[in-house]
Design a protein around this ligand. Structure first.
Ligand SMILES: NC(=O)C1=CN([C@@H]2O[C@H](COP(=O)(O)OP(=O)(O)OC[C@H]3O[C@@H](n4cnc5c(N)ncnc54)[C@H](OP(=O)(O)O)[C@@H]3O)[C@@H](O)[C@H]2O)C=CC1
Ligand SMILES: O=C1O[C@H](COP(=O)(O)O)[C@@H](O)[C@H](O)[C@H]1O
Length: 518
């Protein structure tokens, strides 16, 4: 039994949470709001403390004011009475230090010991690195050199993505961190694994009798995963231009969702068993070893100028901090194969891009058609059944089935049996970072990525990136606000399939949304 299962109904253990990068964007938009939500839901131990760490000077009061603003702007809970707020905020302190300066860590140690004594915290230390990845190794080494690892409780390290730029850099980073932290102390974040509906994949598959018998190449024709964004690169052009869509979204979120969909049922629900099953999927991905194979199965593109809702949108090369001659892809689509007994021959189509028409993440499982169409005589072309998992921002699942049109003698109509989790009154899904912080504090690594998963994902992605690097200018273009280049449709048409509309887009002629939550 894991620590998480023991503590399912209890609070996180008493600990000091260190947010390295406490003046940054991630802390402001995601981490502080998540901590406040956990507090409001009574999930944080009363004896908790947070020390925000970054270089710029801040008094504790100024830091608490930043915290206040962040909660007002980004948290799903509204701040209550002033005295309640003060009771929460007084648990927060700030320490200005440069990651590269060991002396700062020694001061941090003294500050930590004072706060641990004040709250009676038994030396548990939770280090969240909301920093540029180049700093991850130095933080680990200086935590040890500054005596921060000598507490009397546990130490846990939570690391943001990207975990490396390729397999080689990821290995180097992992080796640096491993000098200080053991694998079971490291929690590598993939925030998609913190999303309710991604966690629900496992339950939908393994807690229902009717999906698993069909979950294989005998009954499923293809699987489509779409992760589309309407935003451009915003203020992250410097990072993104070096990364691109394949590394930013493909290596992590998309392959993790694919692994959850394709993995074998674990014999137990312990974190190690789930990691074991996911890594088998990632290692079974058919590698594309030549540029020709990559060209045949993967499409990359960059957005040019376009428009959405009557507004002109700039092209990628005009974005802030982006090289005006950049060839970085802001979109990719791929046809992948998981070469094992269960999935042999079933294409997994994945696509992601910035500046697409809608913000949505959906997984669509398309089932094979009935062996014969007994309604053909009545000239009915039966649609294939679909299982659709809506991950983000709408959350829910629906199943598309064929049924008799009410009131007609013989008409058949596709309809959606729809469960919309995010539409239901009273359900206010926790943000991904809430559940991830809670899990890591409780020592549950299920929804984090183990090193062998990360390395298997990189070794698959590296083949594509290497092929692209041989021909850097061969990047298609698509207008901002469109669904990507035409070539993306050919990928599926060659196999006799098409992208299913997502999130109600392009569905003017689709009647099966009848009764759905759209
Ligand atoms: N923002 C987001 O939505 C997402 C971010 N991430 C990842 O999270 C990490 C942080 O991203 P983000 O918050 O956007 O980045 P920001 O650039 O906004 O913040 C970086 C933080 O690091 C601090 N910092 C930089 N250098 C040092 C140093 N030498 N010593 C101490 N502190 C330092 C900065 O503070 P100061 O200048 O005061 O030192 C700042 O608080 C990155 O790895 C990013 O890829 C991942 C997914 C989403
Ligand atoms: O990790 C990342 O994810 C976001 C998209 O996350 P979502 O939860 O809003 O769907 C993406 O915008 C960003 O480029 C990437 O680094």
């Amino acid at each position: 039994m894991t620590e998480k299962q023991n503590l399912e109904t209890l609070q996180t253990p008493s600990a000091v949470f260190f947010i390295f990068g406490a003046t940054g964007d991630l802390a402001r938009r995601k981490l502080f709001p998540a901590i406040y939500s956990l507090y409001r839901e009574g999930k944080l131990a009363e004896d908790f403390a947070v020390i925000g760490v970054a270089r710029r000077p801040r008094t504790n009061e100024e830091f608490r004011e930043d915290l206040h603003q962040s909660i007002i702007e980004f948290c799903r809970y509204k701040i209550g009475a002033e005295e309640d707020w003060n009771r929460f905020a007084e648990h927060f302190e700030y320490k200005s230090l440069d990651i590269n300066n060991v002396a700062g860590f020694q001061e941090l140690k003294e500050q930590t010991e004072v706060i641990e004594t004040k709250y009676g915290i038994p030396g548990n230390r939770f280090f969240f690195l909301a920093l540029a990845p180049e700093l991850f190794g130095s933080v680990s080494l200086n935590l040890r050199a500054g005596g921060m690892m000598d507490g009397t409780g546990w130490n846990r390290l939570v690391i943001e993505k990207p975990f490396g730029y390729d397999l080689e850099s990821a290995r180097k980073l992992n080796a640096e961190i491993n000098e200080v932290f053991k694998e079971d102390e490291i929690y590598r974040i993939d925030h998609y694994l913190g999303k309710e509906m991604v966690q629900n994949i496992e339950v939908i598959r393994f807690a229902n009798a009717f999906f698993e018998p069909l979950w294989n190449n005998q009954h499923i024709s293809n699987i489509q995963i779409t992760l589309s964004e309407t935003v451009g690169v915003e203020e992250r052009g410097g990072y993104y231009d070096h990364s691109g869509a394949l590394r930013d979204m493909g290596q992590n979120h998309m392959l993790q969702m694919l692994a959850m969909i394709a993995m074998e049922p674990p014999s137990r629900l312990l974190p190690e068993d789930i990691h074991d099953e996911k890594v088998k999927v990632l290692r079974s991905l058919r590698a594309y070893m030549t540029p020709e194979e990559v060209d045949k199965n993967v499409v990359r593109a960059q957005y040019g100028e376009g428009e959405s809702k009557g507004k002109t949108l700039p092209g990628y090369r005009q974005e802030d901090k982006v090289d005006p001659a950049s060839n970085t892809e802001t979109y990719f689509a791929a046809r992948l194969f998981v070469d094992n007994f269960r999935w042999s021959g079933v294409p997994f189509y994945i696509r992601t891009g910035k500046r697409l028409p809608v913000k949505t993440t959906e997984i669509i499982v398309e089932f094979k058609r009935t062996p014969t169409n007994v309604y053909l005589g009545q000239r009915h072309n039966l649609e294939p059944n679909l299982l659709v998992i809506r991950v983000n921002p709408m959350e829910g699942i629906y199943i598309k089935i064929n049924a008799k049109k009410p009131g007609s003698d013989s008409e058949i109509q596709p309809l959606a049996m729809d469960f919309c989790q995010s539409c239901m009154i009273g359900i206010n899904s926790p943000e991904a970072y809430e559940s991830l912080i809670e899990d890591a504090a409780q020592g549950d690594s299920t929804y984090f990525t183990r090193w062998d998963e990360v390395s298997a994902a990189w070794s698959f992605i590296d083949h594509i990136a290497d092929a692209w690097a041989q021909n850097p200018t061969d990047v298609k273009s698509y207008p901002a606000g469109s669904w990507g280049p035409d070539e993306t449709h050919l990928l599926l048409q060659q196999d006799g399939y098409h992208w299913w509309p997502v999130n109600g887009q392009d569905e003017d002629d689709v009647i099966w949304q009848v009764g759905s939550s759209n």
